[in-house]
Design a protein around this ligand. Structure first.
Ligand SMILES: Cc1cc2nc3c(=O)[nH]c(=O)nc-3n(C[C@H](O)[C@H](O)[C@H](O)COP(=O)(O)O)c2cc1C
Length: 175
């Protein structure tokens, strides 16, 4: 099973990216998680096609049997950079690469709530593009930055739970 992983944070020491990359290491080779990059995308403008970075991300999404988002919560919702990437890949409406695409959402935060509002918003956004958001265990990670060391995520309890979640997601979508 091959999945595409997208982090909602661009910063180098991101706990979202650390968690995604550590999970990719833990899941392999049974499940491989390729990284989809969103940091080089231009701001969405319907007058343009977005160029090679958008084309590459769209192709990665189209080719993957499922997506794994790991995103922080910004101001009670998803970060603008993630929404920008989703907007680019959401056209043509209801016929985009997201249509029917199984998506797993993991949220993180620096505080105690684990980004639950961002998680709910992202699922709502994905539903609007006719993506599939299968019912799975909800993976929320509070105080995530405290568990990052040298670019890796270190909280074994969180990692075990998330590994189970991704395995269950993969099994559900046919992996
Ligand atoms: C612009 C901004 C807005 C934020 N808003 C929230 C928020 O609404 N709720 C929350 O729990 N944390 C919020 N945070 C804290 C982030 O969840 C925390 O910094 C997290 O570690 C960022 O993810 P990252 O480590 O992957 O970069 C905010 C951080 C930033 C930079």
């Amino acid at each position: 099973m091959h999945l595409l992983g997208i982090s909602g944070s661009l910063r180098a020491a991101s706990s979202s990216t650390a968690l995604l990359m550590t999970l990719a290491e833990r899941m392999a080779p049974e499940i491989t998680i390729e990284r989809g990059l969103i940091g080089d995308l231009p701001l969405y403008n319907a007058d343009h096609d977005g160029g090679p970075a958008v084309a590459r991300l769209k192709a990665q999404i189209a080719a993957a049997p499922g997506l794994v988002f790991v995103t922080p919560e910004y101001n009670n919702s998803v970060p603008g950079v993630l929404k920008n990437a989703i907007d680019w890949c959401s056209r043509p409406a209801y016929e985009s690469v997201f249509k029917g695409k199984p998506c797993l959402v993991i949220s993180v935060s620096g505080g105690a709530l684990g980004g639950v509002r961002a998680q709910a918003h992202l699922k709502y956004i994905l539903n609007g593009m006719l993506a599939e958001v299968p019912p799975t265990m909800e993976i929320v990670v509070p105080r995530a930055p405290a568990s990052v060391s040298e670019g890796r995520f270190t909280d074994e309890t969180v990692l075990d739970f998330a590994v189970k979640g991704i395995r269950g997601f993969a099994a559900r979508i046919g992996g």
